[in-house]
Each structure stands twice: as C-alpha cells, then as structure tokens.
Design a protein around this ligand. Structure first.
Ligand SMILES: [Zn+2]
Length: 446
C-alpha cells in the first residue's frame, strides 16, 4: 500500500493512464498539443462515473436542487456585466531576450527565470478565449468561450424560478466544459486550458449566506470522503483577502495533497448578490425573488461550490493508486499495481474470466458473461477477457480498478458455481451461478 511516507510519482499515474487507455495526449500523431488531453475508453467511463456520482448526490439526492445545461457561447454582454471582461485577468510580463511569458505574481524577482533577461512592464492579460460568431471577423461579432458555467445559471434565474416555482433556498447544478487561457499549465490534467466543471449556484436569503457557506463546505468534503478519498490528504483552506475573486465575499478551497504538494480541487465561494444584481441592472430585467412572508422582493445571495471534473478524476486516480507484493499462482510473490477505486467510480465493474482458453469452458463462460452483463451492465462496463494467463488477467483488472473478477473453471462445469475474486483483498469466494446477480449487486453497491 502507498502510504504518506512514500508519495507516489506522478509519472507512474501518467504512464498507467496511457498504457491502459485512460488518458492520452491530445493530437498525439501531430506531436501533441500542449497541456491538452483526450480521455480514452477507460477514462471516459471513469469521467462519466465521477460526474454521475456528483449529480446523484447533489441533484437527485436532494429536494432543493434542479439541473441546467446552458450554452458555452453566450451574449458578450454577460461577460461585461459579470466583470470578466475587465477583471478576469492575470498580470503578464514578457522576457525582452527570450520572449518567454510569465505571470508576474508568480515571479520571485524582476528577471526572466529562464535566461535572466529583462522583463517588460506587466499588462493585464484576459484569460477568456475569444472567437467570432458568424462569417465576419470584426469587433462587433466577438464572442467568448465561457470561463465558468455559473453565468449561464445566473442569467437563467428567472426562467428556472418561473418554471419550477421554487422558493429560497434552492440551487441549480450544471456540469460542462469551460475554457481559460492560462499562462501556466501543468501537472498532467490538473491545470489545462480546456476543462470540465461541476458547479452549483445555491440561492439563499441575504443573511443566511454565511451559515449556508459553512454547510456547503462540509457537504462537498463529504462527497470526496464517501467516494473513498483518504481524509488525511484533504484539507480546507480559506482565501486571504488579496486572493479573493472580484465577486467573492469569502472562498474556501478544498485541497488534496498531490505528489507535488497541496492543490485546490474545489472552491466554495460566497458570491453575495454580485452576479444577480449586476445582470439585473445591465439587462434591465430584475433577477430577484418575491418573499411572500416578508412581502418584499429580494435579490438572493449565492453560495457556489465549484469543482473541476478533471481534477476530481485525477484526485481519485492518485488516491486509489497502490503498489504491493502479491502471491502468484506458483507460490512466489510479485509486485502488483492496483487502483482501489470506489466501485461506483470503477470504469469496469466486473470482469468475467474463463480459467483458460480451453474450448470446454468457453460456452459456459460466455453464458455467465451474458447473464452478468444483463444484471450488472446498467451500472457500467462488464468485460470478458480470455487472453493470456489467469494471473496476468487478474493483474490487468487490478491495474484498471475492476472491483470484481468472476472466474469460470473446470469445476464450474459440474457444480454450476464460479469464483468471485475481490480486488483489494484478493479474497476468493465460490458462488452458485444462479446467485451471481444478487451477490454482485450487493458487492458493487460499495
Ligand atoms: Zn528569458
């Protein structure tokens, strides 16, 4: 098991991701595009499971939440009113010698860290990606790729309120792509320019916002803990005044201890009534709620838990990664790599493995596979694998985090039973084929 004394090497995760088909460098055949990644056959399942787990807890699991899926490209006035056109910037300096760009706030001295050259004066660099809508490339047709999904929720506040007849407090959840033209990227999928976020805008009465903010920090921490993240590698850090975004009254980050140190995986911000007020006055349409009890209209305050899908996925991978000595069938030991992923996140739920490629086993193994796929397939992928030795197939499934292997052997032909092997303990249990669906359902519920 990997403990805190021996932090794992990020390169091991990157290599496993590529080798097993979780994550590939984007546009690899053309040499790759910097800090851009594609999710492979296993990665797309893991990513989908992360988003589903989040949606299940925060939307389906509550009666005060609804979902939304707004457009990536929005009216440019949205970004003018939200403050992003003016304030969503990093201070940028260029090296006069090697032309390299740096974030001024990340430099220790006024010289280029690479070549020691003199730097230009700093200027504000807007992090929003800009493009043109329609056939004419001119200022009037400039649009932006959203840097967050939140604004799509704010400008739909009245639409959601009118169609769902909600009362405060209630929240709107959204999962989707966002884009930030970061000057510095890195640490694999931790900081990329195109990423996916899971955001909630939770609307409360002014005055209830501080308590609501506190509760949401706990709710969000619970999500990571419930999905198996080591509690000792999680911490909450409050932003200093100088770190706060232009809209925020208070922000708490949930951080995880990655191989390179603590990194933010989620922010919970108190955005006050900043956004609804700004869009209300800029659009001329009041974004507010009528409080029947108090007999007056209020502009709600907003608490925003915002998490990166890619960062969450990376956190689950890093936290699940383990190496240990395991016994082989021949009585020796060998090093095995495994992902101790929570069953609800594992990309492959069950692997059905005939003990060997012997033709007598094939029909029964196939029929067990079909039956498992019918019963467990709605939870995720069920795989059939008969290539190579049984030991190597177990290792392969361990390495991709498959919680359960079902092995069909020669005894199965007589006793109509199979062996269930559990990933983490490697414990093996004999189970009647008839009882398999119920047994698997219980174990996969995690
Ligand atoms: Zn330089």
């Amino acid at each position: 098991m990997t403990d805190d004394a021996t932090p794992i090497d990020l390169e091991k995760i990157v290599s496993l991701c590529k080798r097993r088909g979780f994550i590939f460098q984007s546009s690899e055949v053309y040499g790759g595009l910097s800090s851009t990644y594609d999710y492979g056959p296993l990665g797309v399942e893991l990513k989908r499971n992360v988003k589903d787990a989040w949606w299940r807890k925060f939307v389906w699991g509550r009666d005060d939440m609804v979902g939304l899926d707004s457009a990536i490209i929005m009216h440019p006035d949205v970004w003018r009113a939200s403050g992003h056109l003016d304030s969503f910037t990093d201070p940028l300096v260029d090296c006069r010698d090697c032309r390299k760009r740096w974030r001024e706030d990340q430099l220790d001295e006024p010289r280029c860290p690479d070549c020691g050259g003199l730097l230009t004066d700093s200027r504000n660099f807007n992090l929003m990606f800009r493009t043109y809508m329609g056939p004419v490339e001119e200022e009037a047709s400039t649009v932006y790729l959203r840097p967050e999904t939140a604004q799509g929720i704010f400008v739909n506040f009245n639409n959601v309120l009118n169609t769902t007849r909600r009362k405060l407090p209630f929240g709107v959840a959204q999962i989707g792509k966002a884009f930030r033209n970061e000057i510095t990227t890195g640490n694999f999928i931790f900081r990329t320019r195109e990423f996916e976020i899971m955001e909630i805008e939770y609307f409360v009465k002014p005055g209830d916002d501080d308590e609501c903010h506190r509760v949401w920090v706990e709710e969000c921490l619970d999500w990571y803990r419930e999905l198996g993240i080591s509690p000792e590698r999680l911490r909450v850090r409050a932003h200093e005044g100088s770190e706060l975004a232009h809209y925020s009254k208070a922000t708490h980050d949930i951080e995880y201890r990655f191989p390179w140190g603590w990194g933010e995986i989620q922010g919970i911000a108190n955005r006050t009534d900043y956004d609804l007020s700004a869009h209300g006055s800029a659009s001329g349409e009041s974004l507010s709620w009528f409080d029947d009890d108090a007999g007056q209209r209020v502009v709600p305050f907003v608490v925003e838990p915002s998490a990166g899908v890619d960062r969450a996925l990376m956190t689950f991978l890093v936290d699940a990664y383990a190496e240990e000595e395991a016994p082989t069938t021949s009585g020796r030991t060998e090093r095995r790599v495994l992902l101790r992923l929570h069953p609800s996140l594992a990309p492959v739920k069950v692997a059905v493995l005939p003990l060997s490629r012997n033709q007598r086993l094939e029909p029964l193994a196939r029929s067990v596979f079909e039956s498992v796929r019918r019963s467990s397939g709605r939870n995720g992928v069920v795989q059939y694998d008969s290539a190579q030795s049984i030991g190597r197939r177990y290792r392969r499934q361990d390495e991709i985090g498959t919680p359960i292997c079902v092995t069909v052997d020669f005894d199965s032909l007589d006793d109509n039973a199979v062996t269930i092997r559990e990933r983490d303990s490697m414990a093996q249990t004999r189970v009647a084929i008839d009882a398999l669906p119920g047994e698997l359902a219980g174990r996969l519920a995690g």
